[in-house]
Design a binder for this molecule. Structure first.
Ligand SMILES: NC(=O)c1ccc[n+]([C@@H]2O[C@H](COP(=O)([O-])OP(=O)(O)OC[C@H]3O[C@@H](n4cnc5c(N)ncnc54)[C@H](OP(=O)(O)O)[C@@H]3O)[C@@H](O)[C@H]2O)c1
Length: 419
């Protein structure tokens, strides 16, 4: 029924593509394109004989709009799923607009070079005006809303787990459980153990930038920013157990604060073990998390990119990671004049994911929703035009597909709340 171009072939892409190939009724043809074509060819080989989706591969540098345009023009997909890096969001959106195809991604735009003076000027203005200083924000992609509307196209922003499913959970809670939602706490727990002293579960550069940034939350109509890792809570996660979690800035807060009328507070917490935090602090203190190039023996090196080369490839963690993730949201609010609290969450087992697709649960919990969002756009079930986040659509078909494609969810109507 539809032809899909997937850009990127890393940890998340490998899951999304395999899941698309389990859904051949929607994805009849699929092209895997990435910077390193050999990875695309290896995945095509792995899928050989396992799917009726017709899979092809291509090489593309998605930093180059003209290259992406040329690939779209020759392959003629109905939609493009961007599971490369957030650095490529805008170039791929430009190419999709020029070629009139739908666009889907899992993370909002941030620049690769945070020293770029043109970007920095906009960033510093935004820090002052909005009050949070993370490198990523929605303003760059929301600026495409009118253009996508005029072209009659959908740009679905952030259909991973968080952001993505967490915003669908919010739309579902709003539709079925609340007249008004007052607080949202998003809890992301990875109870998995990969046995390394230090490794990241998805792209190290993007991950370390995210978790080393100051934390922030939305309260009473404005942002409150706090030093990184300065707000800590313990939570007893169903099927995982007690874990320390820390308040982080996270992109769905921005979209939910805009779209959920009457919401008073939105926070995001992620669990980290002590070993991860100690390593991260040390790397930060010695300058290894810096994105500013340094001169080393006559060569320009970006410290965080060098670090990425040293760390285990997240796609390789699958066989050695044991344990479960528990990601979900606690909502408080009012229904029929009465106060109400619910939690919606999913539990995912690292080893089960590995058995099914050869990857760990972080790639799995991102790749499955990437396929689901893409399927809903490609099949016209989600057909609003503009640059939109997942909370802006009917959550029901998405929730059904989560159950069907490996991420079943649970509604707890009497959860423990976070202080
Ligand atoms: N929403 C969520 O819940 C969530 C959670 C985790 C991750 N994510 C997002 O998912 C995306 C993928 O993460 P990942 O862990 O899969 O990353 P990854 O393993 O590093 O894979 C990135 C892929 O993109 C390719 N790529 C990078 N630059 C490119 C370019 N200029 N042109 C073409 N291809 C390029 C890479 O190619 P090479 O093989 O040549 O390096 C690689 O195949 C990221 O945007 C991340 O932020 C979202």
């Amino acid at each position: 029924m539809s032809r899909l171009l997937v850009i990127g072939c890393g940890g998340v892409a490998q899951v999304a593509i395999q899941k698309c190939c389990q859904n051949s009724d929607v994805f009849t043809e699929l092209c895997i394109a990435s910077r390193t074509k050999s990875k695309c060819d290896a995945l095509k080989e792995k899928l050989n004989g396992k799917t009726s989706t017709i899979v092809t591969t291509a090489q593309v540098d998605a930093d180059n709009v003209e290259e992406v345009k040329a690939l779209i023009s020759s392959y003629k997909p109905d939609a493009v799923l961007n599971v490369a890096l957030p650095y490529q969001d805008l170039t791929i959106m430009d190419a999709c607009l020029a070629c009139k195809v739908h666009y889907i991604d899992t993370a909002n735009y941030e620049p690769e070079n945070t020293d770029d003076p043109k970007w920095r000027e906009v960033y510093e203005k935004r820090c002052k005006e909005l009050g949070f200083s993370a490198y990523f924000d929605y303003s760059w992609q929301w600026a495409y809303d009118e253009k996508f509307k005029e072209a009659g196209l959908t740009a679905l922003l952030g259909t991973g787990f968080d952001p993505g499913v967490t915003s669908v959970f919010t739309a579902y809670a709003k539709k079925h459980y609340f007249d008004e939602i007052h607080t949202i706490d998003i809890l992301d727990c990875n109870g998995g153990d990969h046995g390394y002293a230090f490794a990241t579960n998805f792209n190290p550069e993007v991950n370390l930038r995210e978790v080393s940034a100051p934390g922030s939350y939305w309260e009473d109509g404005h942002w409150v920013e706090v030093p990184a890792m300065s707000i800590k809570r313990e939570y007893d996660f169903p099927q995982v157990g007690k874990k320390d979690m820390y308040l982080l800035h996270h992109e769905e807060i921005e979209a939910l604060a805009r779209n959920i009328k009457g919401v008073k507070r939105i926070r995001f917490f992620m669990t980290f073990g002590q070993s991860y935090l100690t390593h991260m602090k040390c790397l930060e203190n010695v300058g290894m998390l810096s994105t500013t190039p340094i001169d080393f023996n006559g060569q320009q090196i970006v410290p965080i990119q060098f670090l990425k080369a040293l760390l285990p490839d997240p796609a390789s963690l699958g066989p050695r990671t044991v344990g479960k993730t528990n990601i979900g949201c606690i909502f408080t609010g009012v229904k029929d004049g009465k106060e109400k609290t619910i939690m919606i969450y999913n539990v995912c087992d690292h080893q089960e994911c590995y058995k099914e697709l050869g990857s760990q649960a972080i790639s799995y919990t991102t790749g499955v929703p990437a396929m689901i969002g893409t399927a809903l756009v490609a099949s016209g079930v989600w057909n609003k035009t503009g640059a939109l986040t997942t909370d802006e659509f009917d959550p029901d078909p998405y929730m059904e597909m989560l159950n069907k494609f490996g991420l079943p969810w649970i509604v707890d109507e009497n959860p423990v709340t976070v202080e």
